[in-house]
Design a binder for this molecule. Structure first.
Ligand SMILES: NC(=O)c1ccc[n+]([C@@H]2O[C@H](COP(=O)([O-])OP(=O)(O)OC[C@H]3O[C@@H](n4cnc5c(N)ncnc54)[C@H](O)[C@@H]3O)[C@@H](O)[C@H]2O)c1
Length: 441
């Protein structure tokens, strides 16, 4: 199937439920880059290149010059939060970026004020939201969100919109009957079904408004049959879940390497300490459970213990997150990995990653917004598995195991871009280079 990618003319509105650490670091970062203060490091759409054609051709353009992406100068940000702080105040509270940098962007950041949130404390009991919508039922709240979306589009003259969930992680829920069909879901919105999370109300409002949706947190949100059905019906792109930053990023870089060399793994113990609001929300066991499920899934898929029982059959994998206020957004993680090699001789790997959570997440949120908008213009609706590269727990078609190996995810992403633009896919087989040589002999 060939795609006709429409151009990126006009303004792109990026609508964000949850104007906390990640969102404000993203917004301030884009403003800083626009002013030439800094570089968008970590963003593939801004700094990454892609190889086209044969290795001998030397074609290696920037991705943003290869595919038509919205330019940073054409982005307008908006969002919702349960707190009324504007983006300058919220960024100052998050303490990710230096006060000097924030002050130099103050007018732009102050101008972005959150709209009232759809919130239910039973989904995040450590938050006490005051800036919250009221409505007769969840359908009425969804309609208020649709009004917000319409108004934002008109006020800012946006040609297109995307929504990226950067709100807190909600409590763990499993798919139930209300999530199975769109009809059941809409009935549930009217009946205030307790299994419909606030993030699902946002996703519903976005999709009904023809706005594609990407989910940066591990909550189910759009990863339910009812909303996949709505995405198809409306012809909009969706993807999730949970930005792949920090420890899980390191895991999906290292584990494919160990697996590639057929080295065995006996155990992988991962612990984290962090002290931002995300850490505070995750301190509640029901919220941590959502994150834990997302973090635990990656190793099994990479090592496939059932296919390699001698190497990975007994692997013990544990993930812990502890709230530790002194570290703020500077999350620290430790991994102890017990591996074994030739004849079963044991070895150990220790990783101590002193990362900055939102510094790692902000470029992912930007790329997801820009690539989701691209997918929409390419006419690709429904689940965008090629964006798995960005997620800890990629959303896939029912019954299809996700791919967690970051290198395979990157290849999939790059080949999707080549495919969209009618370029040859790259398989890395490379026999043709040698065939050409034989032919000339
Ligand atoms: N920073 C990372 O590296 C990273 C990685 C993966 C996933 N995430 C996820 O991204 C999300 C955001 O992370 P963060 O560090 O910015 O957290 P944060 O706590 O700083 O920000 C989340 C914001 O969402 C708001 N919020 C909560 N419920 C809401 C609702 N129903 N409607 C509107 N706003 C709502 C909160 O008030 C808060 O301001 C979290 O779910 C986190 O788990 C972050």
């Amino acid at each position: 199937m060939e795609y006709q990618v429409k151009g990126a003319e006009g303004k792109l509105g990026i609508l964000i439920p949850g104007l906390g650490a990640v969102a404000t670091t993203l917004i301030a970062g884009v403003e800083a880059v626009k002013k030439g203060f800094s570089q968008p490091v970590g963003s593939l759409t801004q700094m990454g290149r892609i190889r086209l054609g044969k290795r001998t051709e030397g074609r290696f353009p920037l991705i943003k010059e290869f595919v038509p992406l919205a330019g940073l100068e054409d982005i307008v940000f908006g969002g919702w939060d349960v707190y009324a702080d504007n983006v300058f105040e919220a960024a100052a509270h998050a303490k990710v970026l230096e006060p000097m940098l924030l002050h130099s962007l103050k007018p732009e950041l102050e101008a972005i004020k959150p709209m009232k949130a759809v919130f239910d404390q039973s989904f995040a009991r450590n938050l006490e939201g005051t800036h919250v919508k009221e409505g007769a039922n969840k359908m009425a709240l969804a309609e208020q969100l649709m009004d917000d979306i319409r108004e934002f589009r008109e006020t800012h003259g946006c040609a297109r919109l995307v929504m990226v969930w950067c709100g807190s992680t909600e409590i763990y829920i499993e798919e139930g009957a209300v999530h199975q069909t769109l009809a059941a879901f809409e009935k549930g919105l009217l009946n205030n079904d307790p299994q419909i999370a606030p993030s699902m109300v946002y996703a519903y409002a976005a999709l009904r408004s023809g706005v594609p949706f990407a989910n940066g947190a591990p909550n189910l949100t759009v990863d339910i049959p009812a909303l996949v059905e709505l995405a198809h019906e409306q012809g909009v792109a969706i993807s999730g879940k949970d930005f792949k930053t920090g420890q899980t990023l390191m895991k999906t870089i290292l584990a494919p390497g160990l697996h590639a060399r057929a080295l065995g793994v006996k155990g992988w113990f991962s612990s984290n300490i962090l002290g931002n609001r995300d850490g505070y929300v995750l301190d509640a066991p029901e919220n941590f459970k959502t994150k834990e499920v997302s973090k635990l899934s990656v190793l099994d898929e990479i090592f496939k213990p059932e296919a390699n029982p001698e190497l990975y059959g007994d692997m013990y994998h544990k993930v812990r997150i502890n709230y530790y206020p002194p570290h703020g957004d500077n999350k620290e993680s430790w991994d102890n990995i017990d591996i074994f090699g030739w004849l079963g001789y044991p070895m150990q790997i220790k990783i101590n990653f002193l990362c900055r959570d939102s510094i790692l997440a902000a470029p992912l949120a930007l790329d997801l917004a820009l690539f989701t908008d691209l997918a929409q213009r390419a006419g690709m609706s429904g689940i965008q598995e090629w964006l798995s590269f960005y997620y800890k727990s990629p959303q896939t078609a029912e019954g299809l195991p996700p791919e967690h190996d970051i290198f395979k995810q990157l290849m999939k992403l790059q080949n999707t871009l080549r495919h969209m633009m009618g370029e040859d896919l790259i398989t890395h087989l490379g026999l043709d280079y040698y065939q050409d040589l034989v032919d000339t002999l």
